[in-house]
Design a protein around this ligand. Structure first.
Ligand code: DQA
Length: 149
């Protein structure tokens, strides 16, 4: 089984209660369970993490290779649009990265259109609610398979 890491940033612990008209009614725990189930079918072992703190997210990114993760899925929440520190951390790792968002960030406020993550990610999936995570597993699986890993 290939091991991949899924990092969720600030406020994503509130999924299911927070702005349900935008993010849907599914909790992060339910997303985790569904994602893990789908990943397993694809012989991928998923580790899910969530933090409201930028430094913790950076430490997880830095630890990716040491912990033998073969790929990274990241929904950095609002840090997507602001964090040069997360951008720098992502640049330092040498594994495939897929950026995820539940909402269509290009259909919302102007400030959400800028993503520092997109500049270092291999690809981006957004706008499909909790299903974005399933699509991201398909995407990372494809990247890993094509690399014969
Ligand atoms: C989000 C989009 C961000 O703009 C926002 O700050 C979030 C969630 C999404 O998944 O749609 O917290 O990353």
């Amino acid at each position: 089984m290939k091991k991949i890491l899924v990092i969720n940033g600030p406020n994503l612990n509130l999924l299911g209660e927070r702005e349900v008209e935008i993010y849907g009614k599914t909790s992060l725990e339910d997303i985790e369970n569904e994602t893990r189930k789908f990943a397993k079918i694809n012989k991928i072992d998923v580790e899910f993490k969530q933090s409201n703190e930028e430094s913790e997210i950076i430490n997880w990114i830095q630890g990716c290779m040491k912990n033998n993760y073969k790929g990274l899925l990241i929904n950095a929440g609002a840090y997507t649009h602001t964090s040069i520190a997360i951008f720098d951390a992502l640049k330092a790792i040498k594994i495939p990265i897929v950026e995820i968002h539940l909402s269509n960030i290009h259909k919302r406020e102007e400030f959400r259109k800028k993503s520092f993550i997109s500049e270092v990610a291999d690809g981006v999936i957004f706008g499909f609610g909790s299903y974005s995570y399933i699509l991201a597993i398909m995407a990372i699986n494809n990247l890993l398979t094509n690399k014969n890993d």
